[in-house]
Design a binder for this molecule. Structure first.
Ligand SMILES: O=C(O)CCC(=O)C(=O)O
Length: 385
């Protein structure tokens, strides 16, 4: 059973109500029935029960997906990324005195926040999709002025993350949900350091299709959220179940009704290390400043249906606005093949996933020093809808 949150700092006057909210949220989350291993039917399709529950609630916790071996690799990969970040927002060097990662990328990579702050809430950033600012507790102790809480384009920074991107069971789920011709969206790392980690204000992710005639609950895709250290009500993502089916929701009104940012209908993702959540991007979700003493590191891997992105003008949140044609889509999808090849080298006994859109391609997708260099700035081609 996942440990209940322990706290290193607090929410000031709000502390007792926040703790109560976390307690009740965890109880609700455990009663939802949306967790268990990945299961397939005898014909190889994803379990009907999982599909039904995911469709009803908008997220599902796949338990025990990443092995201890893979988690150890990922911990080394994430720790190396943290070592290579700039020592401060305006620094060029990392804590090892070397040129820091991210600075020579054209695509957006590093997102900074003041400790325990909410950089997006109540601003016009990201199309103003985070309408309400979360409570910003005061950090305790000697904390940096700003910390990186979100990294995009992560696969170029870590071979360990790249290999997990090709986890065969996860890719089978992506295929089951989004179809054989599923395509990438973006990859991210959310870092919620104890006593420092920023809030992500309530929002939903989609930008392009809310009024499309063929809109449905899967239109804006999903994220896998793999948990390196697990997550609790205090440091994890919260979701408002069922909102992924709605074309329009009023987040400001939800907060108004609750009388605070503690939206009543929301439930937290509660996970152990190695669990992977599938989370519908259309669901209202967010996370609170991490005043707990537990780290949360989430490895996000997003996927879309091809038909949701083909011929669509991207929202411009993860790159320059552009119409996504077939060529761009296939170019961005090549990272799936490279990741599969990289994973084969590390886990040769495992049955590799076959990515159908590229299975007859004559291109060489071997993973080696040259291909590694080629994925610099690969996320300039993100398919952001
Ligand atoms: O991990 C978090 O705290 C926020 C995640 C999120 O907003 C997202 O993946 O869209």
């Amino acid at each position: 059973m996942t440990a209940v949150a322990k706290f290193s700092s607090d929410y000031g006057n709000n502390d007792p109500v926040m703790r109560k909210y976390f307690e009740l949220g965890e109880e609700k989350a455990r009663g939802l029935g949306n967790r268990g291993p990945i299961k397939f039917e005898s014909d190889g399709t994803l379990s009907k029960d999982i599909l039904k529950t995911y469709s009803e609630i908008g997220f599902y916790v796949f338990e025990n997906i990443l092995s201890q071996e893979e988690l150890q690799d990922l911990e080394a990969g994430v720790s190396s990324i943290l070592d290579r970040l700039p020592t401060s927002k305006n620094a060029n060097l990392n804590r090892l005195g070397e040129p820091a990662i991210g600075l020579n990328c054209k695509a957006p990579t590093l997102f900074w926040s003041k400790p325990l702050a909410d950089p997006f809430g109540g601003t016009n950033l990201a199309n103003g999709r985070h309408p309400v600012k979360m409570n910003e507790p005061l950090p305790e102790g000697n904390v940096p002025d700003e910390v990186v809480y979100l990294i995009l384009g992560t696969l170029q920074f870590s071979e360990e993350l790249l290999r997990t991107y090709a986890h065969p069971e996860l890719l089978k789920v992506a295929e089951a949900i989004n179809g054989e011709d599923f395509v990438p969206f973006t990859e991210a790392l959310f870092i919620k350091e104890p006593g420092v980690g920023a809030s992500v204000a309530w929002h939903r992710d989609g930008t392009t299709h809310w009024d499309s005639p063929d809109f449905d609950e899967g239109t804006h895709g999903f994220n896998f959220m793999a948990q390196l250290y697990g997550c609790t009500a205090a440091n994890g993502v919260w979701v408002v179940p069922g909102t992924h089916k709605e074309r329009h929701v009023d987040i400001s009104n939800m907060v108004k009704r609750a009388g605070s940012e503690r939206i009543e209908e929301a439930v937290p993702m509660i996970c152990n290390p190695g669990d992977v959540v599938i989370s519908n991007r259309q669901a209202v979700h967010g996370s609170f400043a991490n005043t707990s003493s537990d780290w949360r590191v989430t490895i996000n891997q997003g996927f879309h249906r091809r038909r949701s992105v083909l011929g669509v003008k991207g929202g411009g949140l993860h790159g320059e606005p552009a119409v996504y044609d077939a060529e761009r889509i296939i170019e961005r999808s090549k990272i799936i093949k490279l990741a599969i090849e990289a994973r084969k080298q590390r886990f040769p006994e495992e049955e590799a996933f076959e990515y159908k859109p590229l299975s007859s391609s004559a291109e060489d997708f071997s993973w080696n020093g040259a291909t590694k260099n080629n994925i610099h700035d690969y996320n300039l081609l993100d398919l952001s809808i």
